[in-house]
Design a protein around this ligand. Structure first.
Ligand SMILES: Nc1ncnc2c1ncn2[C@@H]1O[C@H](COP(=O)(O)OP(=O)(O)O)[C@@H](O)[C@H]1O
Ligand SMILES: [Mg+2]
Length: 402
């Protein structure tokens, strides 16, 4: 998890103070260091605690509170001032900002607004606490061009590789609402699922979010698909985006194992993803689907530039269309090639242990590890094809002269 911002608050009204406290209980990235019920004594408390964030409620005495915003902003306490009020009066907001407030939120505070304000504050406090954390987690979507191409295998194992670094907290999100099996790969028997979140959107907080996740001993968190098939109906894209936004604020990496439907949920996730890996194998139906899917995704400006092709199980005898022929047909370069190693992959899965523990030195694990590294440092050359292939051949030529 990301490190915590320390917050002190001042609010003479006990009810709104308690409402804030119960909201903060569910927000792991903030620690309520102190609360104060009098504006007069607040500066002392702030100086003693030297918090990262000062949250001032204006409502009990706006002019006194605004004056205090100025005092805090001018003081030696290098903190961000967050002002809250039930008033939406423009002049009040303007005055708070002029006096040095960094953020203004309306009461009652919406959790998402609060989380976004925290993210901005993290950035302004000097780039967050660890690399990349200020902008929230990276979302990597793993989509397959056919069933059984290896999406779940790669999603779960990429997450486990990331979890080896203490600063990372990856979460796998299983979006195959009916038949998803990420839990099998992690040998987890989940009690809660993404359905619990979708059914409770109005009271969604970090407490509920955390209860819906299961942690594997490798350090990977899993947000499973609905437990019962009768609960597998789709989640509204807006709700899904909100779930992702909250996860992103807490976890370093969101690895999404999408359904093979390319439906509204899958597209909603792809739109907010940083990277989209389209997994294929080198056989005729897969390659035909690569072309179809790429053509389809071209219609979505928020998606098309982010799609990378990953060829899995390279060397598998059944699918040995040559890579060059395949590239010609697709008309695109390949981001990564992952070797075929069924005994190792099946062994890891059957034991419910990720590759990095089961066979850390195998060619397969090393290739996946390098790919994961490459995903977090996009400037290095990739291990797919060095040159983009622009010539587009036909699918029928695939078997000729391989
Ligand atoms: N690189 C690989 N080498 C060997 N077997 C693999 C590899 N990747 C995946 N597999 C195998 O392919 C099968 C399907 O993988 P899975 O991840 O369930 O596919 P998907 O989620 O795309 O349906 C599994 O039996 C898995 O062990
Ligand atoms: Mg799968």
């Amino acid at each position: 998890m990301k490190s915590v911002l320390r917050l002190v608050t001042v609010d003479p009204d006990e009810r709104s103070r308690n409402a804030l406290k119960s909201m903060l209980l569910g927000v792991e990235t903030v620690w309520l260091e102190a609360e104060c019920s009098r504006y007069e004594s607040f500066m002392d408390i702030a100086k003693q605690t030297m918090p990262d964030i000062v949250l001032i409620n204006l409502d009990s005495n706006p002019s006194r509170a605004l004056q205090m915003v100025g005092e805090v902003a001018r003081s030696q306490i290098s903190c961000a001032v967050l002002v809250v009020s039930s008033s939406q009066e423009g002049s009040l907001i303007l005055q708070a900002m002029r006096n040095g407030a960094r953020e203004f939120l309306n009461l009652p505070i919406q959790l998402e607004d609060f989380v976004s304000a925290l993210d901005r504050i993290r950035v302004s406090l000097g780039g967050g606490t660890s690399e990349g954390s200020s902008r929230g987690g990276q979302i990597i979507t793993i989509a397959g061009v056919a069933g059984g191409v290896g999406c779940t295998a790669l999603a779960v194992n990429a997450a486990a590789i990331l979890a080896q670094e203490a600063r990372n907290s990856p979460v796998v999100i299983d979006l195959d609402m009916t038949l998803g099996d990420a839990d099998v790969w992690l040998d987890i028997i989940p009690e809660h699922s993404i359905r619990d979140l979708a059914d409770n959107m109005s009271r969604l907080d970090y407490g509920l979010l955390k209860r819906s996740l299961t942690r594997h001993e490798s350090g990977v968190y899993l947000l499973p698909r609905p437990l019962e098939m009768e609960h597998a109906d789709a989640i509204r894209p807006d709700d899904l985006r909100r779930i992702l936004a909250l996860l992103k604020a807490t976890f370093s990496h969101l690895i999404v194992d999408t359904s093979k439907v390319f439906g509204r949920m899958d597209l909603a996730v792809m739109e907010v993803s940083d990277r989209i890996l389209l997994i294929t194998q080198l056989d005729l139906s897969c390659l035909r689907n690569v072309i179809r899917i790429m053509q389809f995704l071209e219609h979505f400006p928020a998606i098309r530039g982010k799609v990378e092709i990953v060829v899995n199980r390279v060397g598998l005898e059944d699918c040995d269309i040559s890579l060059n022929k395949a590239l010609e047909a697709i008309g695109r370069s390949v981001f990564w090639q992952i070797p075929n190693d069924y005994p190792v992959m099946a062994g890891a899965r059957n034991n419910g242990v990720p590759l990095c523990q089961f066979a850390p030195r195998s060619k397969l694990t090393r290739s996946l590890t390098e790919m994961v590294l490459q995903l977090s440092s996009p400037d290095q050359p990739n291990k797919g094809t060095e040159e983009p292939v622009r010539k587009r051949g036909g699918l029928f030529g695939l078997f000729a002269g391989r």
